[in-house]
Design a protein around this ligand. Sequence first.
Ligand SMILES: C[S@@+](CC[C@H](N)C(=O)[O-])C[C@H]1O[C@@H](n2cnc3c(N)ncnc32)[C@H](O)[C@@H]1O
Length: 268
Amino acid sequence: MKDEAFQAQIAAARAYENLFVAGLFQEWAPRVIDFAQIQPGHRVLDVGCGTGILARETVQRIGPTGFVAGLDLNPGMLAVAEQLAPTLEWRQGKAESIPFPDQSFDRVVSQFSLMFFSDRHQAIREMLRVLKPHGRLAVAVWDSLANNPAYACEVGLLERVAGKSAADALRAPFVLGDRNPVVSLFEQAGTDSVTIMTQPGSARFPSIRTMVEADLRGWLPVMDVVLAEAQIQQILSEAEADLNPFIKVDRSIQFETSAHIVTGVKPH
Ligand SMILES: C[S@@+](CC[C@H](N)C(=O)[O-])C[C@H]1O[C@@H](n2cnc3c(N)ncnc32)[C@H](O)[C@@H]1O
């Protein structure tokens, strides 16, 4: 990759860590770890680790005899992960072909990444391959948009001002919201004892503008949607009214979220 493109990826990953991890993703890491039943001494893989929040939290639980590795496709995410936690193992690669041998891990965890894998069935098969027999996996995915109302509002705004492709880019994180198909996906890939627990969460961003601008300038281009500056400005000005129910007295924006945590076991 050209140095300029790599530097742009690192800048995007830093913004992701500062805004999205802090405001939205961080609180889920301890929960995923609890559902995975991670214990001191375990070898753990975080698939689609991004800037590494789940791997960093895992280190607190596994102690000095454990081992944690983070896997992600995006070199910029991994560069920031490495800056934040240089002693952990960070690998670039695809969830669909995990670069570790069979039966390398006691636990495989993943949060808010499965929806973006190009072949989800194959990714789960790979998670099972690298697990030891009876090893456990825990995977978090967002609940449906209907149960994440602030994002439903923002999707409506994008559809109104910028059209379907822009709205679909923001719908993408919520495509695994229906519980039954998600359970089937894990079972069909060969997972035993699949459970799914729907959990409430809460998100917080410094202002509506910060949140919506990050989605428009940071997230939509990742999904190949680049809006004209005039559209961005129109969405930002209309967002104040549309997202008004979620504004607090200090002008920050806070809202309830909902996600599923799926667990399962590798058959013997
Ligand atoms: C929304 S982020 C979640 C990151 C992290 N788990 C967190 O909680 O902050 C989704 C991540 O999945 C990664 N990703 C997407 N497709 C992938 C694939 N096929 N294999 C590995 N990682 C992938 C992206 O690069 C991105 O870092």
